[in-house]
Design a protein around this ligand. Structure first.
Ligand code: MN
Length: 296
């Protein structure tokens, strides 16, 4: 029987739930699916411990919640990819033949961008709804994932700031996020694929009606605002959103499955030893429309 409890009942009773009593390798019945969706609406992140699932089972679980994204945000594309299945994001430090990437490999340097606060696929015109991350091999230390509650971030802004930013539209691109780390080693095809896309800065959750900040390190401009002013505002809002009282630190274990709602959270990976294997696989449920086409 599925049970979900908050991981920090006193500090954050409505953020980061731990879900037990369910085997995600099995097809979900309607009641379990509804309970997980209700849990996602309440907690924004659900942790399912000890789920030793295959790629096929992970794909099937994701498809219960909508259409899966293609992994077009990965730097390795086509024949360069290590994973044949086009809906699996390769969250690893491995090359095509399973080798740990060299310290200066551009795929590794690109991947370091996952350590910046972000919301998955906010650089796509229609961004991600849910991400589902399965931990297959973890390093001996480091590599935590941190989650920030962007509903709480909105709720705790002062009223003047809320009014000021309520209708702003940001532009998101992986060129901005990686560029902020000094990565500018782009091919023409990558520049084209990751041209900036517009996203609302404030979103309304379609089920709960709660407002949340929609930020990511991918955001590098705000429409109608000079770039330095926009970036300063984005930095200030990100700093506010990632205050420790609104952040949950997830210390991962092998076979963890963590699922989060990108519409209302940010997350980031933390550093881990570069010489050890780290391998996770992500399936990503696409949102239904660009944020500008959704109700404000
Ligand atoms: Mn991510």
């Amino acid at each position: 029987m599925l049970a979900i409890r908050p991981s920090s009942p006193l500090e954050r009773p409505d953020f980061f739930g731990v879900a037990t009593g369910i085997d995600l390798r099995q097809p979900l019945d309607a009641a379990s699916l509804a309970a997980i969706e209700a849990g996602m609406d309440r907690y924004a992140v659900l942790h399912f411990p000890e789920q030793d699932i295959s790629d096929g089972q992970q794909l099937a679980f994701g498809r219960c919640f909508g259409e899966l994204e293609l992994a077009t945000g990965d730097i390795a594309q086509g024949a360069e990819r290590r994973l044949a299945e086009p809906h699996l994001n390769d969250i690893s430090n491995l090359g095509k033949h399973g080798e740990v990437l060299a310290r200066d490999d551009r795929r590794r340097l690109f991947g370091l961008g996952n350590m910046l606060w972000h919301s998955d696929s906010s650089f796509k015109a229609t961004p991600a709804k849910y991400s589902i991350l399965s931990a297959r091999v973890l390093t001996s230390r480091g590599g935590n994932t941190e989650f920030a509650d962007m509903r709480a971030a909105w709720d705790t802004l002062d009223a003047a700031t809320q009014t000021e930013i309520r209708d702003l539209v940001a532009e998101h691109s992986q060129l901005y996020s990686r560029g902020s780390l000094g990565f500018d080693d782009w091919t023409e095809a990558e520049r084209e694929r990751w041209r900036p896309v517009p996203q609302r800065l404030v979103r309304r959750h379609p089920v709960t009606g709660r407002l949340s900040l929609y930020l990511a390190s991918h955001a590098g401009a705000i429409r109608g605002m000079p770039v330095p002013e926009a970036r300063m505002l984005l930095r200030d809002l990100t700093e506010h959103a990632t205050q420790r009282e609104r952040v949950h630190v997830h210390r991962g274990s092998r076979h963890d499955l963590v699922m989060w709602d990108n519409r209302v959270t940010m997350h980031r990976a933390r550093a881990y030893p570069a010489s050890e294997v780290r391998e996770l696989r992500r399936t990503t449920v696409a949102d239904v429309a660009p944020t500008l086409a959704q109700a404000a």
